[in-house]
Design a binder for this molecule. Structure first.
Ligand SMILES: *Cc1c(COP(=O)(O)O)cnc(C)c1O
Length: 464
């Protein structure tokens, strides 16, 4: 096969392409270097197509310019960018867990764009503490003596164990040696912290006497309870409640630690959360230290929140690990703004997206679905139907519990559900749905009405 020299020669020179008005315009926006790089990539691909015999026409300059523009758009768009979550999973770890409330997002923005009182005490004009912005709120809301916030809950568990039990034994039930996705395993975190794990009981049953037998006062550093947030053991089971564990710990003068995982502040029943423990009730049980994530049921930024006895928290503040695990100003600002909403239950419920999404009623979701199908119905090439289905809380909360939800099944003329799924994933604003029985579903619980237009546009673009 001979290469067609006329076709090869019809590729415009890069310099010539850069003079095209559209490319001059985009060079003003993105900088010449990126435009040149994209032009080179597109031209090189074209050359290879021609050499391989896959391009039998002369190269059309304006077509090439359009391809360069499209390439430029793909290359310059943010790699970390918003998606539309149509999975129905409210706390989707891969999609960034909790969406922040407006006040938190604004606070993070202000902290990012200005100097701030991060570690400055305006009353004394002296150095302040970065923890002072949220500890008083946590104390007020949760009724704890003291609080400290670190990078995430995994860091919180590490800091707690390293401070209170390094070189000592920590007793944990065999039924609670949890692995959370992303390689957080209780036994491994324990090892990192320098504490020694002492397992008691069996996978399905642990009794108070099992802890009592394992306690050896010189060597035992603490009793740890871990919420089995992402699995459930059913059938012939027994676990020691936090209250019972606290009684045992205090009898032997040992701190009782509780890794709650997801730390909701409100009663679980109000959010279809079954028996998910809540922070306020856990505090009341008398545990010395409890910790949980900022971006699970609390609905704030990624953080590990540690509450409890002042004497233990003060020790943690002195641990050099605290410096390595510290949270940044944007996180603190967002957390403070989120916590302030919790001072007023109604406000929290309305304004914190996680709570609003979880408490949305079936009727309101049906209404949303009908608005969405009506919008999609304007395009004759798109078919849609309202389907009642089930979603999940996610974020390692309520593993078995499927919460009733409403979906819209979408079909675009002749495209299979799998192909549709792939295409929507690759959109500028990716749309993440799920496939159930060969149907492509978008769950209305996690999609905001303001995103309907974007979805309709993306689907329309696919039909062209
Ligand atoms: C989620 C979870 C963690 C880890 O929390 P991150 O904030 O993701 O680090 C630890 N323990 C339990 C029980 C959890 O559910």
């Amino acid at each position: 096969m001979t290469v067609d020299r006329d076709i090869l020669r019809s590729i415009p020179k890069i310099d010539e392409l850069l003079k095209e008005p559209q490319l001059v315009k985009v060079a003003g926006r993105y900088g010449t270097a990126v435009v040149v790089a994209c032009a080179r990539m597109v031209v090189e691909e074209k050359r290879q197509q021609i050499v391989a015999g896959n391009h039998s026409d002369l190269v059309d300059k304006s077509q090439l310019v359009r391809e360069i523009e499209a390439r430029l758009q793909r290359e310059t768009r943010m790699h970390l960018r918003p998606v539309i979550n149509g999975t129905g999973i409210v706390l989707h770890t891969n999609l960034g867990r909790a969406v922040l409330c407006e006040a938190a997002a604004q606070a993070a923005y202000q902290a990012a764009r200005n100097y701030s009182t991060l570690e400055y005490d305006v009353r004394t004009g002296e150095r302040g503490s970065r923890y002072s912005h949220v500890d008083f709120l946590l104390e007020k809301i949760c009724g704890c003596e003291s609080a400290i916030v670190v990078n995430n809950n995994a860091a919180a568990v590490l800091l707690i164990l390293s401070t209170l039990a390094k070189g000592k034994e920590v007793i944990v039930s065999r039924g609670e040696l949890v692995e959370i996705g992303g390689s957080f395993r209780v036994p491994e975190v324990m090892q990192q912290s320098g504490a020694t794990l002492v397992e008691v009981g069996s996978t399905n049953k642990t009794k108070p006497a099992d802890y009592e037998k394992a306690i050896c006062c010189e060597n035992t550093g603490a009793l740890l309870k871990v919420h089995t947030s992402n699995f459930k053991i059913m059938g012939f089971t027994q676990e020691v409640s936090l209250q019972e564990l606290t009684e045992i710990g205090h009898k032997h003068d040992l701190p009782v630690l509780y890794d709650m995982g997801s730390g909701g502040f409100f009663k679980a029943e109000d959010y279809q959360l079954g028996d998910e423990p809540n922070v306020l009730e856990s505090m009341k049980s008398g545990a010395d230290i409890i910790c949980f994530s900022g971006d699970k049921l609390l609905g704030g930024p990624q953080a590990g929140i540690i509450l409890g006895r002042k004497k233990y928290i003060d020790e943690m503040k002195k641990n050099p690990l605290t410096r390595a695990l510290r949270v940044d100003k944007m996180t603190l600002a967002a957390l403070e703004a989120t916590l302030r909403l919790y001072l007023d239950k109604d406000k929290a419920q309305k304004e914190i997206p996680v709570l609003a999404l979880l408490s949305a009623t079936q009727e309101s979701l049906l209404e949303k679905a009908e608005c969405f199908t009506a919008l999609l119905g304007k395009n004759p090439l798109i078919a849609s139907a309202v389907v009642e289905d089930f979603g999940q809380v996610g974020g390692g909360s309520m593993p078995n519990q499927m919460i009733p939800s409403v979906c819209v099944a979408v079909e675009v003329g002749g495209v299979s559900a799998n192909a549709l799924d792939r295409k929507l994933n690759e959109a500028d604003i990716p749309i993440i749905g799920r496939i159930h029985k060969d149907r492509y579903l978008l769950d209305m619980r996690t999609i905001e009405s303001r995103d309907f237009e974007t979805i309709a546009m993306t689907l329309k673009n696919m039909t062209e």
